[in-house]
Design a protein around this ligand. Structure first.
Ligand SMILES: [Zn+2]
Ligand SMILES: [Zn+2]
Length: 286
């Protein structure tokens, strides 16, 4: 069997989670001891620790991280840790002191860590198989009850390798969740083939490559030197679900370098329309 248990970011969890991981022991209280009794030696248990919503994806869904089964796609964002353990001692009951808080968590099992995904892992149905995400969601809604899943499959890069980032932009991305997401975003905007299709389409339709926010046109300002130059911005920061070309081309916006920087300057990222209205408001009236 493969089990999933969600661990919240509550103050006692912050203390108890590392103690459990260091000692290879986990326990739940009387209220949620249901399925923990089925945990057997050799089973796998995935600990999903502390999910946070990424503001770049819009307003936080109501009640997050508790979202209903019908809103599984909202159980997404970044988790602090995912650790997978192999059970070395199946369910047993004990009241020996392990954790410092008042609760004893007597329904226990022991495990050894076989995989640690590291820190800050992208989470959601485009990164992991649906069944695993659903089990984590369900566990989160039931205070960390041990919930079965069929498998744990990684579908996409959950961490993105370091790349040199633009200084001006990276210096304003101190939020711990900002950098990896930003890198995913940038790598998606660097898809040369799509950018070409997008630019060709815009030139064909409008005759120029003007910035969708400020109308700046590199070829008008710089002549031949600027001809064909513009930046592409991905409108849906992490919409990895639609991989077909037409959808993805429509997910790109043509921006000048200045406007693109302004969009990414602060989290949550501005939408193209938001930046456009800011631009219009601040334009000197003539
Ligand atoms: Zn612009
Ligand atoms: Zn962008």
């Amino acid at each position: 069997m493969i089990w999933v248990t969600y661990v919240s970011n509550k103050p006692f969890s912050k203390i108890n989670f590392p103690i459990g991981m260091q000692n290879g022991i986990w326990g739940v209280n009387d209220k949620k001891h249901g399925s923990v009794k089925d945990v057997k030696e050799g089973d796998l248990v995935a600990f999903v620790y502390s999910i946070s919503w990424l503001k770049a994806e819009g307003p936080t869904p109501a009640g997050f991280s508790r979202v209903g089964k019908d809103k599984l796609s909202d159980f997404r964002g970044m988790v602090k840790k995912i650790i997978i353990g192999r059970v070395t001692r199946g369910y047993y009951k004990s009241t020996d002191k392990v954790w410092p808080d008042d609760e004893i968590y007597p329904h226990r099992f022991r495990f050894e860590i076989i995989k640690d995904f590291g820190e800050d892992i992208l989470f959601g149905t485009e990164f992991f198989n649906q069944d695993f995400v659903e089990a984590a969601r369900k566990s989160a809604c039931t205070q960390g009850s041990v919930t079965p899943t069929e498998s744990i499959d990684v579908l996409a890069d959950v961490t993105v390798p370091d790349e040199p980032t633009d200084d001006a932009i990276s210096s304003s991305h101190h939020a711990s969740e900002g950098r990896p997401i930003y890198r995913v975003h940038k790598s998606r905007e660097r898809n040369a083939k799509l950018i070409k299709i997008k630019k060709d389409k815009v030139i064909k339709e409008t005759g120029t490559l003007a910035c969708e926010v400020c109308n700046f046109d590199f070829s008008k300002a710089y002549g031949k030197t600027g001809s064909g130059f513009a930046e592409c911005h991905h409108i849906n920061p992490l919409n990895l679900r639609d991989e077909n070309e037409t959808t993805t081309v429509n997910d790109l916006a043509i921006l000048c370098a200045n406007c693109h920087r302004m969009i990414h300057r602060k989290r949550a990222w501005l939408s193209v329309d938001e930046l456009k209205s800011i631009f219009i408001q601040n334009r000197p009236s003539s």
